[in-house]
Design a protein around this ligand. Structure first.
Ligand SMILES: CC(C)(COP(=O)(O)OP(=O)(O)OC[C@H]1O[C@@H](n2cnc3c(N)ncnc32)[C@H](O)[C@@H]1OP(=O)(O)O)[C@@H](O)C(=O)NCCC(=O)NCCS
Length: 236
Protein backbone atom coordinates (compact mmCIF):
# COMPACT_ATOMS: atom_id res chain seq x y z
CA UNK A 1 0.00 0.00 0.00
CA UNK A 2 2.66 2.49 1.08
CA UNK A 3 4.38 2.66 -2.32
CA UNK A 4 1.12 3.95 -3.80
CA UNK A 5 1.46 7.20 -1.88
CA UNK A 6 5.18 7.83 -2.39
CA UNK A 7 7.13 8.95 -5.49
CA UNK A 8 8.81 6.30 -7.66
CA UNK A 9 12.21 7.09 -6.06
CA UNK A 10 11.22 5.00 -3.03
CA UNK A 11 11.69 1.32 -2.27
CA UNK A 12 9.21 0.07 0.33
CA UNK A 13 8.37 -3.01 2.35
CA UNK A 14 5.42 -3.70 4.62
CA UNK A 15 3.93 -6.44 6.77
CA UNK A 16 0.48 -6.96 8.28
CA UNK A 17 1.88 -8.70 11.35
CA UNK A 18 5.15 -10.24 12.49
CA UNK A 19 5.45 -12.67 9.56
CA UNK A 20 8.81 -11.17 8.48
CA UNK A 21 10.57 -12.22 11.70
CA UNK A 22 14.21 -11.35 11.31
CA UNK A 23 17.42 -11.00 13.29
CA UNK A 24 18.74 -7.85 14.92
CA UNK A 25 22.33 -6.58 14.79
CA UNK A 26 24.01 -6.23 18.21
CA UNK A 27 23.72 -2.39 18.13
CA UNK A 28 19.98 -2.74 17.46
CA UNK A 29 19.52 -5.41 20.11
CA UNK A 30 21.27 -3.14 22.61
CA UNK A 31 18.60 -0.43 22.16
CA UNK A 32 15.84 -2.85 23.07
CA UNK A 33 17.41 -3.82 26.37
CA UNK A 34 14.59 -5.30 28.44
CA UNK A 35 11.79 -3.98 26.22
CA UNK A 36 8.43 -5.74 26.48
CA UNK A 37 7.54 -8.34 23.84
CA UNK A 38 5.21 -6.00 21.91
CA UNK A 39 7.98 -3.40 21.50
CA UNK A 40 10.52 -6.10 20.60
CA UNK A 41 8.24 -7.46 17.87
CA UNK A 42 7.38 -4.10 16.33
CA UNK A 43 11.03 -2.98 16.37
CA UNK A 44 12.24 -6.27 14.86
CA UNK A 45 9.59 -6.28 12.13
CA UNK A 46 10.28 -2.62 11.37
CA UNK A 47 13.99 -3.45 10.94
CA UNK A 48 13.10 -6.50 8.81
CA UNK A 49 10.94 -4.29 6.57
CA UNK A 50 13.81 -1.80 6.39
CA UNK A 51 16.27 -4.46 5.22
CA UNK A 52 13.83 -5.72 2.56
CA UNK A 53 13.28 -2.14 1.37
CA UNK A 54 17.06 -1.47 1.32
CA UNK A 55 17.63 -4.66 -0.70
CA UNK A 56 15.05 -3.43 -3.23
CA UNK A 57 17.18 -0.30 -3.55
CA UNK A 58 20.29 -2.45 -4.06
CA UNK A 59 21.74 -1.80 -0.58
CA UNK A 60 23.39 -4.63 1.37
CA UNK A 61 21.84 -5.56 4.74
CA UNK A 62 23.15 -3.19 7.42
CA UNK A 63 22.39 -2.24 11.01
CA UNK A 64 19.91 0.60 11.50
CA UNK A 65 20.70 1.84 15.00
CA UNK A 66 18.55 4.32 16.88
CA UNK A 67 19.88 7.88 16.85
CA UNK A 68 18.93 11.26 18.29
CA UNK A 69 15.39 11.35 19.76
CA UNK A 70 14.60 7.86 18.38
CA UNK A 71 15.30 8.63 14.72
CA UNK A 72 16.65 5.64 12.77
CA UNK A 73 20.28 5.97 11.53
CA UNK A 74 20.33 4.96 7.87
CA UNK A 75 23.34 3.71 5.92
CA UNK A 76 25.39 6.42 4.18
CA UNK A 77 23.52 7.91 1.20
CA UNK A 78 20.06 6.69 2.31
CA UNK A 79 17.01 8.43 3.76
CA UNK A 80 14.13 6.46 5.19
CA UNK A 81 11.25 6.17 7.61
CA UNK A 82 9.63 3.38 9.63
CA UNK A 83 6.14 3.04 11.07
CA UNK A 84 4.28 0.39 13.02
CA UNK A 85 0.76 0.19 14.38
CA UNK A 86 -1.56 -2.68 15.32
CA UNK A 87 -1.70 -4.91 12.22
CA UNK A 88 0.71 -2.94 10.02
CA UNK A 89 4.45 -2.24 9.81
CA UNK A 90 6.25 -0.49 6.96
CA UNK A 91 9.46 1.13 5.84
CA UNK A 92 10.27 3.41 2.89
CA UNK A 93 13.81 4.25 1.78
CA UNK A 94 15.36 6.26 -1.04
CA UNK A 95 18.77 7.55 -2.12
CA UNK A 96 19.64 10.87 -0.50
CA UNK A 97 20.68 12.11 -3.96
CA UNK A 98 17.00 11.84 -4.95
CA UNK A 99 15.17 12.69 -1.72
CA UNK A 100 16.07 15.03 1.16
CA UNK A 101 13.78 13.52 3.78
CA UNK A 102 10.76 11.26 4.26
CA UNK A 103 8.20 10.53 6.93
CA UNK A 104 5.64 7.74 6.93
CA UNK A 105 3.03 6.92 9.55
CA UNK A 106 0.27 4.34 9.99
CA UNK A 107 -2.67 4.35 12.39
CA UNK A 108 -5.78 2.21 12.81
CA UNK A 109 -8.76 3.83 11.07
CA UNK A 110 -10.46 4.41 14.43
CA UNK A 111 -11.37 7.50 16.44
CA UNK A 112 -8.56 9.00 18.53
CA UNK A 113 -8.64 8.30 22.26
CA UNK A 114 -10.92 10.80 24.03
CA UNK A 115 -9.27 14.14 24.73
CA UNK A 116 -6.33 13.74 22.36
CA UNK A 117 -7.75 15.74 19.45
CA UNK A 118 -7.88 18.91 21.55
CA UNK A 119 -4.13 18.51 22.21
CA UNK A 120 -3.08 18.08 18.61
CA UNK A 121 -5.48 20.23 16.52
CA UNK A 122 -5.77 24.01 16.19
CA UNK A 123 -9.11 25.81 15.79
CA UNK A 124 -8.40 26.02 12.05
CA UNK A 125 -7.78 22.28 11.88
CA UNK A 126 -10.95 21.55 13.92
CA UNK A 127 -12.91 23.45 11.26
CA UNK A 128 -11.15 21.48 8.54
CA UNK A 129 -12.15 18.20 10.24
CA UNK A 130 -15.81 19.31 10.45
CA UNK A 131 -15.80 19.85 6.69
CA UNK A 132 -14.11 16.52 5.97
CA UNK A 133 -16.55 14.60 8.23
CA UNK A 134 -19.43 16.07 6.24
CA UNK A 135 -17.86 14.84 2.98
CA UNK A 136 -16.85 11.27 3.87
CA UNK A 137 -17.73 9.27 6.95
CA UNK A 138 -15.64 6.12 6.38
CA UNK A 139 -12.40 7.91 7.27
CA UNK A 140 -11.63 8.84 10.89
CA UNK A 141 -10.37 12.30 10.00
CA UNK A 142 -9.12 13.13 13.49
CA UNK A 143 -6.89 10.04 13.35
CA UNK A 144 -5.75 10.97 9.84
CA UNK A 145 -4.76 14.44 11.03
CA UNK A 146 -2.77 12.87 13.86
CA UNK A 147 -1.04 10.47 11.48
CA UNK A 148 -0.17 13.20 8.96
CA UNK A 149 1.35 15.29 11.77
CA UNK A 150 3.46 12.36 12.93
CA UNK A 151 4.64 11.73 9.34
CA UNK A 152 5.55 15.42 9.14
CA UNK A 153 7.55 15.15 12.36
CA UNK A 154 9.47 12.13 11.08
CA UNK A 155 10.41 14.01 7.89
CA UNK A 156 11.14 17.23 9.81
CA UNK A 157 13.47 15.78 12.41
CA UNK A 158 16.35 14.57 10.18
CA UNK A 159 16.39 18.00 8.49
CA UNK A 160 16.03 20.16 11.61
CA UNK A 161 17.43 17.95 14.40
CA UNK A 162 14.96 19.51 16.82
CA UNK A 163 11.45 19.13 18.21
CA UNK A 164 8.34 20.14 16.25
CA UNK A 165 5.17 20.34 18.30
CA UNK A 166 1.63 19.63 17.11
CA UNK A 167 0.90 23.38 17.19
CA UNK A 168 3.98 24.26 15.10
CA UNK A 169 2.40 23.30 11.78
CA UNK A 170 -1.06 23.81 10.26
CA UNK A 171 -2.38 20.95 8.19
CA UNK A 172 -4.69 21.04 5.19
CA UNK A 173 -6.18 17.75 4.02
CA UNK A 174 -7.85 17.11 0.70
CA UNK A 175 -10.40 14.29 0.67
CA UNK A 176 -10.83 13.87 -3.11
CA UNK A 177 -7.19 13.75 -4.13
CA UNK A 178 -5.93 12.08 -0.95
CA UNK A 179 -3.29 14.75 -0.36
CA UNK A 180 -2.24 16.86 2.58
CA UNK A 181 0.01 19.86 3.18
CA UNK A 182 1.64 21.17 6.33
CA UNK A 183 2.56 24.85 6.70
CA UNK A 184 5.27 25.44 9.29
CA UNK A 185 4.55 28.19 11.81
CA UNK A 186 8.21 28.45 12.79
CA UNK A 187 11.36 28.96 10.73
CA UNK A 188 12.49 25.71 9.18
CA UNK A 189 16.12 24.81 8.51
CA UNK A 190 17.98 25.65 5.31
CA UNK A 191 18.27 22.37 3.46
CA UNK A 192 21.12 20.83 1.48
CA UNK A 193 19.73 22.28 -1.77
CA UNK A 194 19.87 25.83 -0.34
CA UNK A 195 16.09 26.27 0.16
CA UNK A 196 14.55 27.02 3.52
CA UNK A 197 12.04 24.38 4.58
CA UNK A 198 8.60 26.03 4.82
CA UNK A 199 6.29 23.04 4.88
CA UNK A 200 5.55 19.57 3.61
CA UNK A 201 3.23 18.00 1.10
CA UNK A 202 2.15 14.39 1.23
CA UNK A 203 -0.44 11.81 0.40
CA UNK A 204 -2.67 9.53 2.44
CA UNK A 205 -4.72 6.41 1.95
CA UNK A 206 -7.28 4.36 3.86
CA UNK A 207 -7.18 0.59 3.25
CA UNK A 208 -8.21 -2.51 5.22
CA UNK A 209 -8.80 -0.62 8.45
CA UNK A 210 -5.46 1.23 8.33
CA UNK A 211 -4.73 4.90 7.58
CA UNK A 212 -1.32 5.59 6.06
CA UNK A 213 0.32 8.96 5.49
CA UNK A 214 3.57 9.78 3.72
CA UNK A 215 5.46 12.97 3.02
CA UNK A 216 8.81 13.45 1.31
CA UNK A 217 10.97 16.41 0.40
CA UNK A 218 12.50 16.40 -3.08
CA UNK A 219 15.63 18.47 -3.77
CA UNK A 220 15.12 21.55 -5.96
CA UNK A 221 17.37 20.11 -8.69
CA UNK A 222 15.01 17.13 -9.12
CA UNK A 223 11.68 18.91 -8.90
CA UNK A 224 9.32 18.99 -11.85
CA UNK A 225 6.39 21.39 -11.81
CA UNK A 226 3.55 19.81 -9.85
CA UNK A 227 0.11 21.36 -9.64
CA UNK A 228 -1.06 21.30 -6.02
CA UNK A 229 -4.44 19.76 -5.31
CA UNK A 230 -7.15 22.40 -5.73
CA UNK A 231 -7.60 24.65 -2.73
CA UNK A 232 -4.37 23.48 -1.15
CA UNK A 233 -1.28 25.46 -0.41
CA UNK A 234 1.71 24.88 -2.71
CA UNK A 235 4.26 22.32 -1.61
CA UNK A 236 7.49 23.64 -0.05
C1 LIG B 1 8.24 9.98 17.03
C2 LIG B 1 6.74 9.81 16.75
C3 LIG B 1 6.34 10.68 15.57
C4 LIG B 1 6.52 8.31 16.38
O1 LIG B 1 5.20 8.09 15.96
P1 LIG B 1 4.30 6.88 16.53
O2 LIG B 1 2.97 6.92 15.84
O3 LIG B 1 4.34 6.93 18.01
O4 LIG B 1 5.01 5.54 16.13
P2 LIG B 1 5.27 4.84 14.71
O5 LIG B 1 5.25 3.40 14.98
O6 LIG B 1 4.45 5.32 13.60
O7 LIG B 1 6.76 5.28 14.42
C5 LIG B 1 7.80 4.86 15.23
C6 LIG B 1 9.06 5.00 14.43
O8 LIG B 1 9.30 6.39 14.16
C7 LIG B 1 10.68 6.54 13.98
N1 LIG B 1 11.10 7.69 14.75
C8 LIG B 1 11.11 7.83 16.11
N2 LIG B 1 11.60 9.04 16.45
C9 LIG B 1 11.91 9.68 15.29
C10 LIG B 1 12.45 10.95 14.99
N3 LIG B 1 12.81 11.81 15.94
N4 LIG B 1 12.64 11.29 13.70
C11 LIG B 1 12.30 10.43 12.70
N5 LIG B 1 11.77 9.19 12.92
C12 LIG B 1 11.59 8.84 14.20
C13 LIG B 1 11.38 5.25 14.47
O9 LIG B 1 11.82 4.53 13.36
C14 LIG B 1 10.27 4.55 15.21
O10 LIG B 1 10.32 3.15 15.13
P3 LIG B 1 11.50 2.31 15.84
O11 LIG B 1 11.68 2.92 17.19
O12 LIG B 1 10.97 0.91 15.88
O13 LIG B 1 12.69 2.51 14.95
C15 LIG B 1 5.86 10.17 17.99
O14 LIG B 1 6.09 9.25 19.04
C16 LIG B 1 6.11 11.56 18.52
O15 LIG B 1 7.04 11.81 19.31
N6 LIG B 1 5.24 12.54 18.12
C17 LIG B 1 5.31 13.88 18.65
C18 LIG B 1 5.90 14.85 17.64
C19 LIG B 1 4.90 15.17 16.57
O16 LIG B 1 4.26 14.28 16.05
N7 LIG B 1 4.79 16.44 16.21
C20 LIG B 1 3.83 16.89 15.23
C21 LIG B 1 4.44 17.93 14.32
S1 LIG B 1 3.22 18.70 13.29
Amino acid sequence: MIEQILPADFACAEARNEELGGELYPEEEQVLGRAVEKRRLEFTTGRACARVALARLGVEPAPIPVGERGAPCWPEGIVGSITHCRGYRACAVARSADVLSVGIDAEPNEPLPAGLLEDIASAEEMELLDGLRAQRREVNWDRLLFSAKEAVYKAWFPLAQRWLGFADAVLAIDSDQSRFCARLLLAGPVMRDGRRLRGFSGRWMACDGILITATSVTPAYRRTSVTPASGMMPSP
